[in-house]
Design a protein around this ligand. Structure first.
Ligand code: LIP
Length: 279
């Protein structure tokens, strides 16, 4: 399956389903949060946690997708890996910003992307439709390839490029101390050259904030495909250039530890020389 085989109605159907399941799962995890959070497990490090909310959200999304799109494949951060026959793979981050969720901070979201196989993308998947739902603000970001991006139905457009010294840049950090040390060294080069830095704790939220003009650019290394699959499409459909992990034709040097940079083309070009250690 490739993007050209999908009609307007195919793309809008996939986007509408992504919106519905992201909102359903997000509403559930917000309700769970109000009752308290239980850590179910830790992954790559003691602070890379999974909560019962992450697991419940993925179960809700998978159940709905199996009802509506039973021949599609599904890949979820919390372990779902279902084969499919349709050529569409749903890539899920049931809660992106899990640490924020654990601490009851607002920037956590549910990310749902409908993807097709595309080897020009470093993880081999290209989103053709997707949704990111922020339960604490009831903000639903969504996009479909070639059909633009929206926030609660209102069209999104990134900011015009500003000089780097006047640009508000977001980034994030990994869970391993060694990776964070390298990311901090790079930040020493970036911080004096930009307006300011923001670190929300969610890649999906950062890319949607870029799409909504709340940031001027974003970069991060070491993301997983489920962190960015839906939100990089939303940013791209809002006018962002996206390189590194998700850029067509730009294969990361180290699959699995890709560097993603997103923003106006000029800003991405100005940022790239500052980020060599993150490749
Ligand atoms: C998060 C990413 C974020 C990164 C965090 C964390 P998670 O994903 O979205 O960009 O900086 O360290 O990895 O673990 O909350 O799904």
């Amino acid at each position: 399956m490739n993007l050209n085989a999908l009609s307007y109605s195919d793309l809008t159907e996939l986007r509408n389903l992504a919106e519905r399941v992201a909102r359903d799962a997000g509403t559930h995890v917000r309700n769970l949060r109000e009752k308290g959070v239980t850590v179910a497990a830790a992954k790559s490090s003691p602070v890379d946690i999974v909560t019962l909310g992450d697991q419940a959200a993925e179960q809700i999304i998978v159940a709905e997708l199996r009802d509506w799109r039973h021949s599609d494949a599904i890949l979820g951060e919390e372990g779902t890996n279902r084969a499919g026959a349709s050529g569409i793979t749903w890539i899920l981050d049931p809660i992106d910003g899990t640490t924020n969720y654990f601490y009851n901070q607002p920037n956590y979201c549910v990310s749902v992307a409908a993807c097709v196989a595309d080897t020009s993308y470093s993880e081999g998947y290209r989103a053709v439709a997707g949704a990111v739902y922020v339960p604490t603000s009831a903000e639903l970001f969504s996009a479909a390839a070639g059909l633009g991006a929206a926030l609660n139905g209102k069209k999104l457009r990134i900011n015009e490029a500003a000089p780097l010294s006047e640009s508000l840049i977001a980034t994030g950090f990994g869970y391993s101390a060694k990776k964070r040390a390298r990311q901090a060294e790079v930040l020493l080069e970036v911080l004096p050259r930009v307006r300011d830095i923001r670190r929300s704790g969610s890649a999906a939220y950062d890319l949607c904030a870029l799409a909504a003009g709340r940031l001027d650019a974003y970069y991060e290394a070491g993301l997983k495909v489920w962190d960015y699959a839906a939100a990089e499409l939303i940013a791209r459909e809002a006018g962002a250039t996206v390189t590194g992990a998700a850029a067509a034709g730009v294969i990361s040097s180290k699959p699995g530890t890709p560097l993603l940079i997103a923003g106006p083309a000029e800003t991405v070009k100005a940022l790239q020389p500052l980020l060599p250690a993150l490749k």
